[in-house]
Design a protein around this ligand. Sequence first.
Ligand SMILES: C[S@@+](CC[C@H](N)C(=O)[O-])C[C@H]1O[C@@H](n2cnc3c(N)ncnc32)[C@H](O)[C@@H]1O
Ligand code: SF4
Length: 361
Amino acid sequence: MVRHLYVHIPFCPKVCPYCSFYKEASDRNKTQAFLDAVLSEAEMEADGLRPETVFFGGGTPTALSTPQLRYLIGGLRERIDFSGVREFTLEMNPATVSLEKAGAMLELGVNRVSMGVQSWDEELLKVLGRVHSGAQAERSYRILREAGVGNVNLDLIFGIPGQSRQQWLESLRRTIDLGPDHISAYCLTYEEDTEFFERFQRGEMAPESERDAGFFELAMEELEAAGYGQYEISNYAKAGRECLHNLGYWRAADYAGLGPSAVSTRAGWRRRNLADTAEYTRRVMLGEDRFESLERLDAGMLRAEQIALGLRTREGILPDTVDSRRGQALLAEGLLEPANDRVRLTRRGRLLVDEIAVELV
Ligand SMILES: C[S@@+](CC[C@H](N)C(=O)[O-])C[C@H]1O[C@@H](n2cnc3c(N)ncnc32)[C@H](O)[C@@H]1O
Ligand code: SF4
């Protein structure tokens, strides 16, 4: 039985120059056909799917209007057994939050909201090309709480060009002061096919690895001290507020993905839907193959994924993974440590997660 469902909504109020998630600027004319395609795909995927977690990501799910979200969520509930859902997350952009929309989402069963704040600093928000101000993000957070959303995550980005240590510290403290249940703190990455990547290639911007490693350590210190446990490299939560959907993914559980670019991993197969809304919609409605790729996961690939994903988590990886001479050396060097019946990264090890993953896989 598959216990996790992801739905990709590929629309955004405006496309941010650093973001490589599949999305396009909202176009009201295409939306109804897209919603119907997702519902048709849900019918095809319903067998053997009884989600405990549902995650609406994107893009920006709240780029859809409230009636469109009602249509989509109501339609999914008619096609998929939602009776076992424990966590239902919706991603929001601070520019698309309203009391009316938040209330309607709660009525539809959403019980967790993830909002992309990225930074509270007006200059840095401009660098990131965001459509909202810090004040608007704070207002949106308060609206979510006023509407009764009991579980809120805020996304932050660090390592922004020109960002000072003081600005990052202030962003962390202002976030902590608001008291969200969960905080994601991502280091800016220069992803291919983004405007930032082009500017990086032209030499106009570049990651500053040493500065960013310092910012990562600052995040660990400040967030842990404020009661947010780091349960994955980029994710911190108050006790009991870890994201169940992402935990499933990091534990390499099977999941179903609906919508353009969504990935599904079911019974040893990984399928990726076409990252093209119009073509995805056309093919689903005609009953044609909607996949961009289809691959069989053999035991070696599954094991490599379990190590790479598990290493990023507080739970860690199975002890037999470090039986090798290199694994034992990493333990001796204090980069890995035993924890319960598993092995995980130490704080020092977390700074080198990518290098260590390569050595163990
Ligand atoms: C799919 S986005 C959804 C959030 C929502 N659309 C918004 O922007 O408010 C999820 C998160 O990924 C992070 N993200 C996107 N691109 C990134 C990049 N290049 N480097 C680091 N984090 C990134 C951002 O923090 C963003 O909030
Ligand atoms: S960060 Fe969010 S709003 Fe910006 S382009 Fe990516 S998904 Fe869209």
